[in-house]
Design a protein around this ligand. Structure first.
Ligand SMILES: Nc1ccn([C@@H]2O[C@H](COP(=O)(O)OP(=O)(O)OP(=O)(O)O)[C@@H](O)[C@H]2O)c(=O)n1
Ligand SMILES: C[C@](O)(CO)[C@H](O)COP(=O)(O)O
Length: 248
């Protein structure tokens, strides 16, 4: 089948195998609740809300895969959305690779979305999918920064760190997820020794290491990552406001 005739099929891979060390003691972060529902379920629903997404691959904590499968069975997804659960790895990058390896034939576009970004709006998801379908091999949603950023020479904790540069803030963006990819490009990045390795904190950065173009579309304030305890307070407030606005 020619490239033009190939139907687009989109899957979302959700790495959810992290511990959530920065959030503090408790269950693995993806299983902690937000408004009474596990964060992971919010993230899965956020992906399934896009009509483009026909499959969600959840990468679960290795020992928690059966529990995650039960959770997904309990919380209904739209009928058009299938899901798979696979056990994760030691790092986010490894977990994403395991998720990609589980993708069936026929998927052409892949979203990679942190379980730790449970509140991303569907418009942001759709904007990413659209940009990939329009031909960009890698797409990231991102926002301009509000703080000024300094590059430093790292020192032991608590020691003053010398500043070496102040990048021009107007040229910087804070990158969110879901990040969207042409499937072959994402697979190439995860199989490449050049792309895999130290300092690659997102998949788009790995694609950049291959010399391929990555483009930015507007992100959303509510797509923030739940990383520290205060983020959880904010996430509860955003969810409560949404529920009040929706009248349930
Ligand atoms: N071995 C890992 C580590 C992280 N993740 C996932 O990658 C996403 C982004 O990672 P982060 O926010 O750093 O989560 P944690 O690694 O859980 O957090 P921390 O670094 O505080 O432990 C999360 O959905 C997390 O579950 C994963 O699937 N496998
Ligand atoms: C992928 C990411 O969310 C983009 O901002 C981020 O790099 C993940 O970093 P983490 O340290 O694994 O949370």
């Amino acid at each position: 089948m020619s490239e033009e005739a190939r139907p687009h099929r989109t899957a979302a891979v959700i790495p959810a195998a992290g511990r959530g060390v920065r959030l503090g003691p408790g269950a693995p972060k993806a299983l902690r609740t937000l408004g009474g529902t596990p964060m992971l379920i919010h993230a899965v629903r956020a992906m399934a809300a896009s009509r483009a997404v026909s499959l969600v691959v959840v990468v679960a904590p290795p020992e928690g895969a059966p529990e995650v499968k039960n959770l997904l069975d309990e919380h209904a997804l739209p009928e058009r959305t299938d899901y798979l659960v696979v056990p994760g790895g030691e790092t986010r990058q490894e977990s994403v690779r395991l998720g990609i390896e589980a993708l069936p034939d026929g998927i052409t576009t892949v979203l990679v979305h942190d379980a730790a970004r449970p509140l991303v709006p569907v418009d942001t998801v759709d904007a990413v999918v659209e940009a990939v379908r329009d031909g960009a091999p890698a797409v990231v949603p991102a926002l301009p920064l509000t703080d000024t950023v300094k590059q430093v020479e790292p020192r032991e904790k608590g020691e003053p760190e010398p500043v070496v540069a102040t990048p021009e803030r107007a040229l910087l963006r804070a990158v969110q997820t879901p990040q969207g990819f042409d499937r072959e490009m994402l697979q190439r990045a995860h199989r490449s020794e050049t792309a895999v390795g130290e300092g690659a904190t997102d998949c788009a950065g790995m694609v950049e290491r291959l010399g391929a173009p990555v483009v930015v579309v507007p992100g959303h304030e509510e797509a923030f990552k739940v990383t520290r305890p205060l983020d959880l307070v904010l996430a509860e407030a955003v969810l409560a406001r949404r529920r009040a606005n929706d009248g349930f």
